[in-house]
Design a protein around this ligand. Sequence first.
Ligand code: PLP
Length: 397
Amino acid sequence: MGANINHHYQEVKESYLFAEIAKRIRTWQENNPEIKDKLIRMGIGDVTLPLPKTVVDALASASMEMGKSESFHGYGPEQGYDFLREKILNYYKNFSVDLELEEIFISDGAKSDLGNILDLFAPGSVALVPDPVYPVYVDTNIMLGNKVIFAHSGEENGFLPMPPKGEKVDLIYLCSPNNPTGAVYDHEGLKAWVNYAKENDAVIFFDAAYECFVEGNLPHSIYEIPGAKECAIEFCSFSKKAGFTGTRCGYTVVPKALIRGGQSLQKMWLRRQTTKFNGVSYIVQRGAEAVFTEAGEKEIQGNISYYKENAKIIMETLDALSIYYTGGKNSPYIWLKCPKGMSSWEFFDFLLEKGQVVGTPGAGFGDAGEGFFRLTAFSTKEKTKEAMERIKKLLEV
Ligand SMILES: *Cc1c(COP(=O)(O)O)cnc(C)c1O
């Protein structure tokens, strides 16, 4: 006898998408040294603009506090400091959502909590995951030996899958606005999911990482839907909103009204966090707090507008070429149908070789992504314009 390993790790598929992209770029550069600098990357899944000045100032002054005995901070509350939770609580009021402070948990980002949340559910649970999808949802379930069922999405439903009929699942992943498709649910769409979850005693994991891109009357939070507090946990992040991808801070909302198996999931999550997590750094939480100041909000809106301008340039190009796409409007992602019936990887090679533009093949996000392609708004305006001019020239009849 010795250590028995978790064999489910062998069942997780090798994530070859970004490695394969890098390999194809390298090969192309080696074969085309004279034009290799013309390459424009439109596949970036990370923000590119620096942290807002208001945030940097807050980080700096919190760092200075840590160097003085009268303002030093050691271990903080595992759930996060109240100064930040209060700001988040107030932010939700913008969407007419009333939360309690104890329902908000500060995290080091949405990705960790999206994986960790499975601690609260029995191994062998059945998870419903949209296809195409952010790969974290699938892999975290496979690692625990859970069963994954895919909810197919495509042109027929605008890449917004609806609840299955006559099928029961335990856990449901929704991401709106979606990565990779940029598609966003309206209130009606989310209501259908809330109803399904309540009928089946399922729990929805709502990934709101891109809520800051939502416009108009579309929902920012699943709690805008009546009854959602009884069936949904929401994950959000400062990563895409405020450029925190490398700084690390997010929040998870577990409502007190969420009861399964006679137990409060809010209490279970608190127990889980106080046991396995020691909180986000005081400095980073002060930086996140600055996101909600008037100056911070203004700077962040400026950054989001910049990305949205890029998205608009991409959308105008696709409109002119009559290419089907989702996203762009409420999202930094534009998910387009590969022209001329090309597969995802055929279009990748075509764009790289003929236009020196790099995007992400949709097939890398799941079977339903085949024949589609993701462009992102995270490049510079100049490069986005140049890339779109090249694509126009290539595809114009
Ligand atoms: C970027 C992203 C996140 C945020 O992850 P962090 O860990 O907070 O940086 C969560 N979900 C999706 C779908 C994302 O694309």
